[in-house]
Design a protein around this ligand. Structure first.
Ligand SMILES: Cc1cc2nc3c(=O)[nH]c(=O)nc-3n(C[C@H](O)[C@H](O)[C@H](O)COP(=O)(O)OP(=O)(O)OC[C@H]3O[C@@H](n4cnc5c(N)ncnc54)[C@H](O)[C@@H]3O)c2cc1C
Ligand code: SF4
Length: 227
């Protein structure tokens, strides 16, 4: 792996400032279960100069149930969601999706924000640089999608977005979409069904490079709210 600068941010403001300082050459890291693989495989066209650790920001790791719904801090782990009795009772689909993600170790490391911000898992896109050089498909600025004529098992059956047929790999995403979740970032509030995108090139969301997810809100289902 190439060398990079590593910063522990202690506040959200500090993390955003560092992202601004390193502009298009930095990423935040939470659990690191996806990002470290991307770095190891030299996935992106440019290797980042700086990695900003947000696990050191205490304000982001709380999960609270309020009358209007469930407020999940960006750093809450998938294990915490899967094992939370309130989530299991009222938002069972989300608890189940978190419980089924990857393996226990990855669920202990992986955060909810990291889960919805992870890179797509198309094997052409993820092809490790060290095995003969990276494959530059449309999503990496190349001219064509290798999956269309090639191996497209597990790819989209609904057609392409910007010539890319990769699907979003997040296991919690379908549950969050079904539950009408809203993502809060350092810049705005985004309804979850507007959050994911293949139009940004690398990355699977509409987020700007200096934008951080701080919270995910899941409303109380209507039938429960009436009680
Ligand atoms: C072997 C293996 C199996 C896996 N299986 C599954 C699976 O079955 N289902 C599944 O859904 N996922 C799977 N994953 C992907 C991943 O580990 C999980 O989705 C995990 O939840 C990612 O969270 P993280 O905190 O580790 O993210 P990180 O690796 O820290 O970050 C992932 C990405 O999100 C960005 N990011 C992180 N936090 C924020 C934030 N607050 N705001 C903005 N951007 C942010 C990072 O910059 C990075 O680009 C797997 C990974 C591995 C290595
Ligand atoms: S364009 Fe999309 S589906 Fe095609 S190879 Fe690249 S990431 Fe995979």
């Amino acid at each position: 792996m190439k060398r990079f600068k590593h910063f522990d941010a202690s506040t959200i403001e500090e993390a955003v400032k560092l992202l601004d300082t390193y502009e298009n050459s930095s990423y935040v890291i939470a659990g690191g279960s996806d990002l470290m693989g991307c770095l190891k495989d030299n996935l992106w066209m440019e290797f980042p100069e700086a990695i900003i650790n947000i696990k050191t920001i205490p304000a982001l790791n709380t999960i609270t149930v309020e009358k209007d719904g469930l407020h999940i801090g960006a750093l809450v782990t998938l294990t915490e969601i899967a094992e939370c009795e309130s989530v299991k009772k009222t938002w069972a689909g989300l608890a189940e999706a978190a419980r089924r993600t990857a393996s226990p170790i990855l669920r202990n490391m992986g955060t909810i924000a990291g889960n919805i911000c992870q890179e797509n898992r198309c094997w052409y896109y993820r092809y490790p640089d060290k095995i003969g050089g990276s494959i530059d498909c449309v999503r990496k600025g190349g001219k064509r999608c290798l999956a269309v004529p090639g191996d497209h098992r597990f790819h989209s059956i609904f057609g392409a977005v910007c010539k890319c047929i990769a699907v979003n790999p997040s296991d919690t995403a379908p549950a969050l979409v079904a539950l009408n979740a809203v993502v809060t970032t350092t810049k705005r509030q985004i309804p979850i069904d507007e959050f994911f995108s293949a139009e940004n090139g690398a990355g699977s969301t509409i987020l700007d490079r200096n934008e951080i997810v701080t919270k995910i809100f899941v409303p109380t289902p209507v039938e429960n709210a009436k009680k």
